[in-house]
Ligand binder design. Structure first.
Ligand SMILES: *Cc1c(COP(=O)(O)O)cnc(C)c1O
Length: 421
């Protein structure tokens, strides 16, 4: 299908070819990125993009839903099965919209929400100041402990008692440790707040049983479908039966119009893939690779927030290396190692040029890399740090990176032929 695009729109075809080559010819360490399977790709680029399906199965506002109803029911059932949830809504356009829907289902504008501060690893939509979630709601963020880099539940409980939020959000975007969702559930219960758990990053680890699920301890669980879960870009909400109607109404007609049926179809495919022993093995390897990478970085004298990792991501505190996060991320990108700069707890520098670098292993693990390659990646990062202003070394390293990439090919549908071939 992609090759036919060459005839219809050669300019876009060429750009897609370049992006596919970039994705296969670089080491992707951005912890929220992955490579989907061919089946997921086919479903998301399918005729389902042509169908409007406002409403829910059996209650649509347009006719012609004979097939879409079956697909959405199948997607919901598969999500409910793998997450062991009472109810699933698979329509949110993305994780951010899913979070907004969760808030608007449970609380009113002006009510107080309490989520992890963005500069300590929380997501924008957990009430960060530039997000509408802090304009629509009164946001009281909680921090992590600056010394340990970990959640301090006594402090969170004290803040909750003091500010009496209506919603406590658990979950993070840059937190390398397992999160105790049961404790969050208890803190929320003690003050009569709702507990919304956002597992956008770790959903794949939860499905594989590597991290404990928040489903028993949260009123609503929000997630993306595209990070460790390895599905198409999208969002989902899981909840207890008592909140099902409110959640569905908040998504449609509260926030959205028609669902993206091609995405729902691809979510259904990805959920079946996640429900396999192969996926469990994949998720286990993601964590093993992250630990191997972290251990090697520690050997090279890097400081890691919280001292290491329990999940798929690592947050490097670069202050002892005297290199700003952005400078290192740009130098690594020239060597075809793709990362993102990030704040670290207690960072004196601003989020636009912070002191940390965030890396993760979901994408390299999908390519089949294991502990030896994870250690090699750590060595590459160390080399760039030690030669940050030496372009000759960085150019040589680029060749080594390309060699490693060629030994661990991406799923074959990511290769788009050059039109001269
Ligand atoms: C990625 C992420 C989101 C938002 O997802 P988008 O699909 O980018 O809108 C929400 N919450 C957390 C914790 C995330 O990491």
């Amino acid at each position: 299908m992609v090759n036919a695009l060459e005839q219809y729109d050669p300019q876009i075809y060429e750009l897609m070819r370049q992006e596919a080559a970039r994705q296969s010819g670089s080491i992707r360490l951005i912890p929220s990125e992955n490579y989907v399977s061919k089946a997921v790709m086919l479903a998301s680029g399918s005729c389902l993009t042509n169908k409007y399906a406002e409403g829910y199965p059996g209650k649509r506002y347009y006719e012609g839903q004979q097939v879409t109803d079956l697909i959405e029911r199948m997607a919901r059932d598969r999500v409910k099965k793998i997450f062991k949830a009472d109810h699933a809504n698979v329509q949110p356009y993305s994780g951010s919209v899913a979070n907004l829907a969760a808030y608007s289902a449970l609380i009113n504008p002006g009510d107080t929400i309490m989520g992890l501060s963005l500069v300590h690893g929380g997501h924008l939509t957990h009430g960060w100041k530039v997000s509408v979630t802090s304009k629509f709601y009164n946001s009281v963020p909680y921090p992590v402990d600056h010394e340990t880099g970990r959640l301090d539940f006594d402090h969170i409980a004290d803040l909750a008692k003091k500010h009496k939020p209506k919603v406590i959000v658990s979950g993070a975007t840059a937190y390398p440790r397992e999160i105790d969702f049961e404790k969050f559930g208890q803190i929320a219960k003690d003050i009569g707040a709702y507990h919304i758990s956002d597992i956008a990053h770790i959903a794949g680890l939860v499905v594989a049983g590597i991290h404990k699920s928040p489903v028993p301890y949260a009123d609503v669980v929000s997630t993306t479908s595209h990070k460790t879960l390895r599905g198409p870009r999208g969002g989902m909400l899981l909840c207890k039966a008592e909140h099902a109607e409110k959640i569905d109404k908040a998504v449609f007609p509260g926030l959205q119009g028609g669902p993206h049926m091609h995405t729902l179809t691809a979510i259904a495919v990805a959920m079946a893939e996640a429900d396999t022993p192969e996926f469990v093995a994949y998720a286990k390897q993601v964590v093993k690779n992250a630990k191997a990478l972290a251990d090697k970085l520690l050997e090279y004298g890097f400081n890691l927030v919280s001292g290491g990792t329990d999940n798929h991501l690592i947050l490097i505190d670069l202050r002892n290396k005297n290199i700003p996060g952005r400078k290192l991320a740009k130098a690594l990108d020239r060597a075809r190692i793709v990362t993102n700069y990030n704040t670290v707890p207690g960072d004196p520098a601003p989020p636009s040029n912070p002191s940390g670098l965030r890396i993760g292993t979901p994408a390299i693990t999908t390519r089949g890399m294991r502990e030896p390659e994870a250690e090699q990646v750590a060595a590459f990062i160390n080399k760039v740090v030690e030669n940050i202003d030496n372009e000759t070394v960085i150019e040589e390293l680029e060749k080594e990176v390309l060699l490693l990439c060629s030994q661990f090919p991406v799923p074959d549908h990511f290769i788009i032929p050059n039109k001269n071939h």
